[in-house]
Design a binder for this molecule. Structure first.
Ligand code: HEC
Ligand code: HEC
Length: 276
């Protein structure tokens, strides 16, 4: 093997590795959007009318200045108590909170699960019912788009798509004037479209014979593909009514949401525009 080939093979392996890593952010970004959609002022503040932050809100606020809100919320769930995941300085070690950032109140339930279940991520005594927590963690997982992950093999073979994953893997902007013809080129173009944007583009698509769209199934913490785990018609109606009400009340409603001039939806969260 000559040097050029060695370098080429090395580069391909590196690129492959990075692509695999990047893909794991698909789930993290969807999860962050769900947190923002389901958060109440009191998920992060001491009370509805108070600007004072609770312990979870304080840790969000303490993340490095200049980091987007999207990235802050995403990173909370993957980090230990170090603020930026880097080397800890001795004074940081001394100030390190006793619980990891991913479970601020130390009740054994991750912050994001608590926010989705409408319990407080900052109050140890307030925890979701086990069945609901289990449903949330089962639905909001790689299984949303893959039938399995980390199997033997590489790429697709190791992480086969389910119907939603397959749909997203070929979803490109509708008005794309240079929409390619062959499947490989479409997949490549799709990969460059942010995952939340692709979910927004396909939000009314539904699995065969299902009354609920893939997106509604995700929002109601159901399997995207298992027909035995479909949401009821009533649950979908209730969800639609609730989101219509929130839209009507908009920013004038202080009771729900993250949307507030003090913390605009920024970064990759903007790609989720249009996703209830
Ligand atoms: C996901 C967590 C989260 C949610 C949900 C949230 N906030 Fe905040 N909020 C924060 C953080 C963190 C800060 C601190 C901002 C900073 O440090 O710049 C903040 C700051 C604020 C401020 C500015 C306070 C100041 O000192 O300037 C106001 C006002 C506010 N939030 C109101 C609300 C309202 C009203 C809601 C509900 C509609 C809400 N927030 C929901 C996390 C949240
Ligand atoms: C919202 C849907 C979605 C979720 C959730 C998701 N993926 Fe994927 N994944 C995709 C799509 C679509 C692709 C194909 C590449 C692309 O179009 O971005 C992909 C590709 C991959 C690949 C690369 C395979 C290849 O062809 O190179 C890996 C590895 C992967 N996903 C692992 C995971 C793991 C592990 C999780 C859970 C942590 C996960 N994915 C969660 C949609 C998703």
């Amino acid at each position: 093997m000559n040097t050029t080939r060695i370098v080429l093979v090395g580069t391909l392996i590196l690129l492959g590795g990075e692509r695999g890593l990047g893909k794991e952010r698909h789930l993290e970004q969807v999860r962050t959007l769900l947190v923002v959609r389901e958060a109440r002022c009191t998920s992060c503040h001491e009370s509805q009318s108070s600007e004072e932050l609770n312990a979870y809100g304080r840790r969000l606020a303490n993340r490095p200045a200049g980091m987007s809100w999207a990235e802050r919320i995403l990173q909370m769930e993957q980090s230990d108590s170090r603020l930026d995941g880097g080397e800890e300085k001795p004074e940081e070690q001394a100030n390190r909170p006793s619980t990891p950032d991913s479970d601020v109140d130390g009740d054994g339930v991750a912050n994001w699960v608590e926010i989705l279940a409408h319990t407080s991520p900052a109050n140890k005594k307030d925890t979701p019912e086990a069945a609901l927590a289990a449903r949330i963690t089962a639905a909001v997982s790689c299984r949303m788009c893959h039938t399995a992950t980390h199997q033997l093999g590489v790429g697709q073979e190791a992480n086969p798509h389910n119907e939603l994953g397959a749909l997203l893997a070929k979803t490109v902007e509708k008005k794309s004037s240079n929409r390619p013809k062959d499947a490989d080129a479409i997949r490549q173009q799709a990969e460059a479209v942010p995952i939340l944007r692709r979910l927004a583009l396909t939000k009314v698509k539904r699995p065969p014979k299902s009354a609920a769209s893939y997106w509604h199934r995700i929002r109601l913490y159901r399997s995207t593909t298992d027909s035995g785990d479909a949401p009821t018609r009533e649950a979908v109606q209730k969800f639609k009514k609730e989101t219509a009400r929130r839209k009507r009340e908009g920013r004038s409603s202080p009771t729900t949401g993250f949307e507030h001039p003090a913390h605009p939806e920024d970064g990759f969260l903007r790609d989720g525009k249009g996703l209830d």
